[in-house]
Every structure is written in structure tokens, then in C-alpha cells.
Design a protein around this ligand. Structure first.
Ligand SMILES: *Cc1c(COP(=O)(O)O)cnc(C)c1O
Length: 390
């Protein structure tokens, strides 16, 4: 997708063709199928001699608009939109991997992606090795003749660590691996992994792209030949995004830059507040100078994103107490919403794990994750401050 204007302009001005009614804002095409002029038109359409909509499992005008926008934002050639982020992750792997293939993935990845790689892909004889996010130099030794994909997310969840995309790009190139990056935490506004050598970029549209916690969506964009494989697999297996959700997403992207700027502004202010608080052991936010990968974050991101991790002094009990004392912010596991969200992984999402397993993914008893929203920063800080006082 060729980008002609600046990011914000493309986000607003990329639009499907107007109908004869000359509407200003793109309408919703709630239709499962499309009609044909005659037998020859239908034959040519099914033979893919024509570039047109046939059936909404394959393509739909609203999905196409959403895909075009994300392609321009990410500097990608093509894309396919999915009903959820996980549908995008699964369909991308399933379309590109064969039985016997091997994946090398960062250990800190989204929980469901981790489960997919460790519990489900082995059913089809696809195996995965994990590298630690601070040991990229160990990847070389993990490569086997069957290794096909190098996979990572940055910033990571819930540790908010940053992986060096340029270094990952160089490793993938050296071993001829496909580099696939889940760019959901940064959004295409803050970081474009294709610039650093990624072949494909995956997003959960559910997070910052929608930004208001309304819809589930996913998208994969990148190299056109690879996307064609993803498309051929997906049009048969049916993980397509609904036209209504595509329309919501496409509208949301018009304000992505504005929203993400504000998320980052609020997040940095909260991170600075937490760093000076006596009841907090440490704070992790990519654009804090104290972040271990601050220089890498500065190199590859426009700003630090909406997620902060910090540790409350006093371990798991103190963390749970803090969590229960929150009044304004939402207690939830989601992120990238206009409403700020707090989660205490050790007593909630990761409570079934042993302490050792939790530590292996960077979660201590007192670790708290905040997805900083768009409320006034004074109210966000005040709520966190009163909860810390407990
Ligand atoms: C949420 C999330 C996903 C999965 O997206 P869904 O839309 O919930 O299916 C994948 N990767 C990351 C990094 C996420 O945060």
C-alpha cells in the first residue's frame, strides 16, 4: 500500500470508493455476499480474474478499508483482517508452517499465543524453542534446519521489556527465517517493525486500535506473497472480521495518533510519579531513563506506550491490598482502552502458576500492571496514590 500523506492524514483520508449517494463518511456494508452481472462476470470473479468482492468470508469493503489503513501505517504491502487478535496469530502460523517446522519465540509473549505454541501446534508436529528477552545472542544456537519463524512482541506483557527489533531483523536475515512481530502493545503509530526487517506484523485490533474496549479484531500485514498464503488459508477456514467491527476499527484509526499521544503523555507522568513514591520498589516504562532498554526504546519507538509495570513493596499481600483499594480505575486484564485499567497478575491472571513459574515470566508478588487511559492524569494519579496508602 503506497503512502502518500503523513500518518494522521492517511488514517483519516484512506477511504473506500463513495457510492452513488456521495456519502462523506464510509457506510457499513452488512452483506454476506455480492451479486454478479451475468454468468461470465461470475465465472471471472470466482476465477479471480477480477479484483472484486465475492463473499464476505473472503473480502468486504469495510475490511478492505481497515486493511488499507493499517498497511499504510505499517508500511506493508498487503494484509488480512481477522475476528480477533488470536485468529490472526493462529491463522498466520497455520498458513505458513508445515508439519516438522520449528519456531523460535521470545519467552515473554501473550498468554494465549504461548498456549497455542506449546499445547496446540505440537498436534501438527510444529515445535517451539524459547529465548530469554535479554539473551538474543542465544538465538543463533537454537536455529535448526527446520526453523522457519522467529517470533516476538515488544514491548512485552506484563514485564514491559523492550526487544531490539533491528537485532532480531539481522538474526532473521542471517538464518533466512521469517520474522513475525506482534506489534499490539506499541500500535503502528509508535513503532513500525517492517522498517527493522519484520516480514509480517500482527495486531490485536481489540487494544489500542479500537481503543475504547468495544470490539474484538485482529490483522496481519506485511510481505504480499506471505499475505497471499495467509489469505488463501483464511478464506477457506473462515476467521474473517465482521463488516460492522471493521467499520468501527476504521473509524477508531482516524483518532489513533491523537489518542496514543495522550496515552503516552499520561503514562509517562504516572511512571514518573510512581518512581518517586516511597512504597514502590521499581517502575518499568520504556521511556523512563531507568528502563534497562531505554536506548533501544528510543531508537525504535516514537513514545513509550500506554502500559506501565511497577512493584509495590511488601510482596503478594501488599499487591493484592493495593489492587482491592483501587476506586476509579477498572480492575480488568484488558489494555489499550480509554479507561485506565489495573491488574495484579500474581493474585489474579497468573495465580495458578507456581512462584517459580511466575518469576520466569517476570512477575513478582508485588508486580502491578497499569494500562494508562485517557482520563485526566490528576485523577489517575490520585486513585493510585490513595490505593498505595493502604
Ligand atoms: C490481546 C492480545 C492478543 C490477542 O488478541 P485478541 O483480540 O484478544 O484475540 C495478542 N497479542 C497481544 C500482545 C495482545 O495483547
Amino acid at each position: 500500500m503506497k503512502k502518500r500523506y503523513e500518518f494522521e492524514t492517511e488514517a483519516i483520508r484512506t477511504q473506500i470508493e463513495r457510492t452513488k449517494f456521495l456519502e462523506h463518511s464510509a457506510p457499513i456494508y452488512m452483506t454476506s455476499s455480492f451479486v454478479f452481472e451475468d454468468a461470465e462476470d461470475m465465472r471471472a470473479s470466482f476465477a479471480e480474474e477480477k479484483d472484486r468482492n465475492v463473499y464476505s468470508r473472503y473480502s468486504n469493503p469495510n475490511s478492505s478499508e481497515f486493511i488499507d489503513k493499517v498497511c499504510k501505517m505499517e508500511g506493508a504491502e498487503a494484509g488480512f483482517a481477522f475476528s480477533s487478535g488470536m485468529a490472526a496469530v493462529f491463522s498466520t502460523f497455520a498458513a505458513l508452517l508445515n508439519s516438522g517446522d520449528h519456531v523460535i519465540s521470545a519467552r515473554s509473549i501473550f498468554g494465549s499465543t504461548h498456549t497455542l505454541l506449546t499445547q496446540f501446534l505440537p498436534k501438527w508436529n510444529i515445535s517451539t524453542s524459547y529465548f530469554e528477552i535479554d539473551a538474543l545472542d542465544e538465538i543463533d544456537a537454537m536455529v535448526t534446519p527446520n526453523t522457519k519463524v522467529l517470533y516476538a512482541e515488544t514491548p512485552t506483557n506484563p514485564g514491559v521489556d523492550v526487544l531490539d527489533l533491528e537485532a532480531l531483523g539481522a538474526i532473521a536475515k542471517k538464518h533466512n527465517l521469517l520474522l513475525i512481530i506482534d506489534n499490539c502493545f506499541a500500535s503502528p503509530y509508535l513503532q513500525q517493525p517492517i522498517k527493522f526487517g519484520a516480514d509480517l506484523v500482527i495486531h490485536s485490533g481489540t487494544k489500542l486500535m479500537d481503543g475504547q474496549g468495544r470490539v474484538l479484531a485482529g490483522i496481519t500485514v506485511g510481505n504480499a506473497e506471505l499475505i497471499d498464503k495467509v489469505y488463501r488459508f483464511s478464506r477457506i477456514t473462515g476467521p474473517a472480521l465482521s463488516p460492522f467491527n471493521a467499520w468501527i476499527l476504521s473509524k477508531s484509526l482516524e483518532t489513533l495518533a491523537l489518542r496514543v499521544d495522550k496515552h503516552c503523555d499520561n503514562a509517562l507522568k504516572l511512571a514518573e510519579f510512581l518512581e518517586s513514591h516511597p512504597k514502590v520498589n521499581w517502575v518499568k516504562y520504556p521511556f523512563l531513563k531507568s528502563h534497562p532498554q531505554y536506548e533501544v526504546a528510543k531508537k525504535q519507538m516514537k513514545a513509550g506506550g500506554c502500559v506501565i509495570a511497577f512493584e509495590v513493596k511488601g510482596g503478594i499481600e501488599a499487591g493484592e491490598k493495593f489492587f482491592n483499594a483501587i476506586k476509579l480505575l477498572s480492575l480488568s486484564a484488558n489494555l489499550g482502552d480509554s479507561r485506565s485499567i489495573v491488574t495484579h497478575p500474581a493474585s489474579t491472571t497468573h495465580s495458578k502458576l507456581s512462584q517459580e513459574d511466575r518469576l520466569a515470566v517476570g512477575i513478582t508478588g508485588g508486580t502491578v500492571r497499569v494500562s494508562v487511559g485517557l482520563e485526566h492524569i490528576n485523577d489517575i494519579i490520585q486513585d493510585i496514590e490513595q490505593a498505595l496508602a493502604h
